[in-house]
Structure formats: structure tokens, C-alpha cells
Ligand binder design. Structure first.
Ligand code: SF4
Length: 197
């Protein structure tokens, strides 16, 4: 006799618009800072990994950083170091990862505003997020403000069944590399024009 086995497939969480707010969640902790790397976007970059994410994607590449208590507090000293590192002519820009940058907007907004003030648009800003582009457009003011400072957004949850390690800068094929200024201007998702795969 066949016995039916119940298989539960875990999926990332799907928040309602404005359900998760940085002001309620973020402790303004940093999981890691990696200056002068070549893996978190185009060119040589400085990467800030913020702590805390609620999407709970099975297979998350940085599970420890899902915890809002993980790591150390963001400090003025770290910010000054990031600015000094970015001032090197060979550094193309900053990358925000996590954790979830859009649930740590206090830290991310402070940093990106200073970058635009000191470097204008000579340094680009990339961010990863578990949110989809369309979800972010329905989100809180702080998230929309952060989006407006970005050049590139890599959007969407990590989906284990769509995992593909051959993709540029993404872990799963549902994720997209989005040109933010063009997408905002044209009111539609415009994919990065240097996408190869
Ligand atoms: S969105 Fe990113 S950091 Fe958050 S759980 Fe998913 S893979 Fe991990």
C-alpha cells in the first residue's frame, strides 16, 4: 500500500507593504565591511554588509547576518574609513548587502548621502535586496529615499530551486540587476545594459 509522504517546501517570507520597517527592526549593526573587493558588483568596490533580514530565504548565503544583533554597531569611525577607501581613484563605488539594506535605512541613508555629498556621481552605489522592485515602490518613505540614491539594485529573494552559480552577481535566476535611474525615469524595470548572463 502506498503511503503518502507530506513534503513541506520552505519558501522565503512575503511581507505586506510597509509590514517591516527599519525604524522598528534595525539596531544599526554591521555584519562586515570588505574594502577593495571585485565580487560585489562591477569594478573594485567597498562592500558594507548590514545586519538583519526577515526574508528567511532557505539556502541564504549569509544566514548569520539575518540576525539584527549580529556583528558590531555602525560607527562614525567606520563611515570615515569607508569614505577614505572610496576616495582611492581605482575604487568604482560602494555596495550595500546584508542582511537587508532596506531594513537598515538609518545606516544606509546616512552613508549614501555622504557619498553623494563628497563624490557626487563619480562613485556608483549598488545594493542587494530581498524585496522585488514593485514591492519597494509600495514601501515606506525611507526605503524609497534609499532607492533614489542607487545606481544598481539587485532585487528579489534567493530561491533555492532557481540557484545558478554561473549568473553575474546573483545567486538565483529570479533575481534581476536593475538600472535604477533609468527604471525610475521610464516607470518600468530596466535591466543593467552590461548584463551578460
Ligand atoms: S534576502 Fe538575502 S540576506 Fe535575506 S534571507 Fe534572503 S538571501 Fe539571506
Amino acid at each position: 500500500m502506498d503511503k503518502k509522504v507530506k513534503v513541506t517546501i520552505r519558501m522565503p517570507k512575503n511581507p505586506k507593504p510597509k509590514e517591516w520597517l527599519a525604524k522598528d527592526r534595525s539596531l544599526q549593526y554591521i555584519a562586515d565591511y570588505k574594502p577593495f573587493n571585485m565580487v560585489d558588483g562591477e569594478g573594485i568596490r567597498c562592500s558594507l554588509y548590514v545586519s538583519g533580514c526577515l526574508f528567511s530565504c532557505p539556502g541564504c548565503y549569509n544566514k548569520a547576518a539575518q540576525n539584527f544583533h549580529y556583528g558590531t554597531p555602525y560607527t562614525q569611525e567606520l563611515e570615515d574609513q569607508i569614505i577614505a577607501d572610496l576616495s582611492q581613484s581605482y575604487v568604482q563605488g560602494l555596495t550595500l548587502l546584508g542582511g537587508e539594506p532596506f531594513l537598515n535605512t538609518q545606516v544606509c541613508l546616512k552613508l549614501v548621502k555622504r557619498i553623494r555629498k563628497e563624490f557626487g556621481n563619480t562613485k556608483d552605489i549598488w545594493s542587494w535586496t530581498g524585496y522585488l522592485w514593485d514591492e519597494l515602490l509600495l514601501e515606506s518613505v525611507d526605503k524609497l529615499e534609499l532607492l533614489n540614491y542607487l545606481d544598481i539594485l539587485v532585487d528579489g529573494r534567493f530561491m533555492l530551486d532557481k540557484k545558478d552559480l554561473t549568473l553575474q552577481f546573483r545567486g538565483s535566476s529570479n533575481q534581476r540587476i536593475i538600472d535604477v535611474p533609468k527604471s525610475l525615469e521610464q516607470d518600468r524595470v530596466v535591466i543593467w545594459d552590461k548584463l551578460i548572463r
